[in-house]
Design a protein around this ligand. Sequence first.
Ligand SMILES: [Zn+2]
Length: 406
Amino acid sequence: MAHHMKTLLKSATNGRDVRFGRWIHSTTTSHRIFSWNQMLVMTNINETIGSQLETTHKSQSLFNNKNLISMTEKGLYILMPLVVKAMDKLVDIINDEMLAIKAQKISMPSLVSKRLWDKSGRWSESREELFRLKDRQNTDLCLAPTHEEVVTHLISAAKHLTENHLPIYLYQISSKFRDELKAKHGLLRGREFVMKGEDEVFKCNSCDKAFNAELIATRQEVECMFCSSHDLTKFNAIEVGHTFLLGNRYSEKFDAKYTANETKAKNIYSMGCYGLGVSRILAASVEVLSENHSIRWPYALAPFKVCLVLPKKGSKEDVSNGTAFTQDFANCLSNVLNEDILVDDRINQTIGRRLAGLETLGIPYTIIGGKRITDEMPKFEVIDNQTKNNYLMTQLECIQFLESVL
Ligand SMILES: [Zn+2]
């Protein structure tokens, strides 16, 4: 470990030894440093949605925090850069997991012609919720809320596919469009989640199965729908995904067939679809982890794990080159930890004032270029934002500490 650490440090600091607190000058510019003024420049807008929500949900802090979420008008939310960054991390995880099961990522169109929807019979079935529009040639189109038609059309055109190719996994990550009664379309469907994204679920203590309370709402006495036991535990749940066995409902209508190995017969595909609410997973995990009005992200999804706070402009630390020192340390950390680092460069504000706003973002660790960075052996103040413990650490100690916790 010690050897490994040295190698890491050497590569991160161009061979310079940082153990004695010498100043680091990395010649390679890291592309993974984000400045507050770059990431969060939009934060001084007046509209926030928190006041419009009547909810005691913990993730309200997510919605109340204008650094994270804003709104244009009732029901339409804008995800600010930090939330988008967390979502990107979640999408990376999903992509990795899909790759592991050999799924292929595709991108399907948002605008789909009526012809495909007529074929499945859903153009006339789904009356209200489908966004319908026409192009300039007067062709009927819809904004696709789901893509069964498109993907079945695609698979039906691939005539060369045989039993050997099965199962075929295709997936996409996209926005869904639904003309819903209460405005909640768009990426986040935020109001739906915060206001009621929650179901009551019973878990059976006899057979260990769980089921939605809605399924048994009409019964007088609550019993397990699988084994009729009355030994049930009720808890709240959030729907973050669903599965549907489509069978041949679409493949038959689209004449989607593959060739069987032995008989060479053309067989109709059996299909299934699985939906994950990407933004819901994010919101649900914040809901589970956060406390009162303090955001806490799942570790893997935290937009940044570390924020470095630069000295105030004109302060003793600043004029003694402490700002460049702290900035350089950000580069070093980014390289050694292989993490994106946020640098709080609101240098016209005092550090104390900046920390108050920083606390609400849920970044696990704050490192402050404070008074002690002008010491002969410079020390940073490190705050564990979860436990609120703080420590004074040299650069090396910072690196060792963060390597042990990240
Ligand atoms: Zn049961």
